[in-house]
Write a new protein. Sequence first.
Length: 227
Amino acid sequence: MSADQQKQAAGEAAAALVEAGMVVGLGTGSTAAWFVKALAARNPGVTCVATSAATAALAQGLGLKIAELGETREIDLTVDGADEIGPGLSLIKGGGAALLREKLVWEASKRCVVIADAAKRVAVLGAFPLPIEVVPFGHKTTALRICDALVENDIGVAPRLRMRAGAPVLTDNGNYIYDAACGAIAEPAAVAFALKSVTGVVDHGLFLDLADLALIGGPDGVSRLEP
Ligand code: 5RP
């Protein structure tokens, strides 16, 4: 089973969790896209809140109704991918630069389900570079302060500005992304706190104590993991 087939299986398993009348949060990325497609096929009447312009466009193209965050009653269920899934369903997200809207939607949801292929599971978070969303004004100064915050947590790495075609990647919010190749994040909660304390950092890709369930596609089908 290829990674993409595993993502598809996880997305389809998550779509089976959606009931009529639910408000559903839609994640961003290739795995979340499988969920959106399966949802549109199974349950086209639900109202959805998207975590990115790309996901909103995909969902609307498939006939799903999109509402803004805060314009619906509470979100019943959000389904989203991840870049790494560590112990206790701690996550690194933001490989697709949507981490801020993703976290806003996750935090507004009654239940959050992460879907992924088996390669996303790790014993320790940090091999995947940690995305950090930063306001453009003074971003080089902010990057130095991020570096200091990481060093205080025994992570000696300089975050790198994410570039595409010679220009900084812009998030849907008009911000930049710095990626910190931490290697291993021994204390994710401490790192999360330190990064949020840096003025100029809007948010980071550590999603801690947010996922209620993981559906992981693998060679033997989809397995369920709880925190
Ligand atoms: C986007 C994300 C994605 O969920 C994450 O990057 C996983 O992507 P994919 O499902 O394509 O592997 O956090 O910001």
